[in-house]
Ligand binder design. Sequence first.
Ligand SMILES: Nc1ncnc2c1ncn2[C@@H]1O[C@H](COP(=O)(O)OP(=O)(O)OP(=O)(O)O)[C@@H](O)[C@H]1O
Ligand SMILES: [Mg+2]
Length: 229
Amino acid sequence: MMVKVDRLSYNFGPHWVLKDISFSLDKGEFLFLTGHSGAGKTTLLRLLYGALPVNRGRAQVAGYELNKLKKRQIPQLRRKVGVVFQDFKILPRRTVFDNVAMALEVRGMPRPHLERRVRAIVRAMGLETKSYSICERLSGGEQQRVAIARSMVANPELILADEPTGNLDFDLTMHLMDIFKQFHTYGTSVIMATHSREVLDCVPEARILHLQDGRIVTDSEPGLEEDVQ
Ligand SMILES: Nc1ncnc2c1ncn2[C@@H]1O[C@H](COP(=O)(O)OP(=O)(O)OP(=O)(O)O)[C@@H](O)[C@H]1O
Ligand SMILES: [Mg+2]
């Protein structure tokens, strides 16, 4: 089991943003989170990543019990979990190569191996001509691809992605979804929040968890879903 969430609730002050959420995700499963703006998708992903504390209900991610997670364990959790968040900033003054390489440097990967891995993922993201460009000079979509490359380069067991194709045009969105699907084929688990029908249609075998005002209203195969918006 990659993720197990049991009766999880979360509040910002008096506002309960997640209410009694339960679901689990098997190793290698692809799960979409959908629901209107404000439904709680980002909050749920942030809880799963240890960016917000779990104090109502329980959550287990990649073998870590989030309720009992110590501060010093957060980096260990994050080595297993790749995160693509819109507010997860790359370092603007460093190059594309350096931003991606960082994820492997913290794991102590030897340099020749690291360089091969970084070059391969940078190429897969269509950024090979920008490898040595400073990130702040890239377009929004290019920067987003750098963030995605960084989160995937270390082959995480689980990828959490919050609207990862939000700034990208149709062709790039399809290209990026192919990359996510490749990871999925190799056995990586994925949870992706999205509003986009096109993105949902890219992974017909995925499960869809539909949130409405902080509650799960449907948990189903896409074919059974009437209306995901
Ligand atoms: N730091 C915060 N402080 C207070 N309220 C917050 C905070 N973050 C989110 N909220 C509130 O929690 C609710 C859920 O927000 P969340 O970002 O999880 O929604 P979402 O489903 O990701 O929406 P969107 O599709 O617009 O990204 C919203 O009502 C939001 O205003
Ligand atoms: Mg959101």
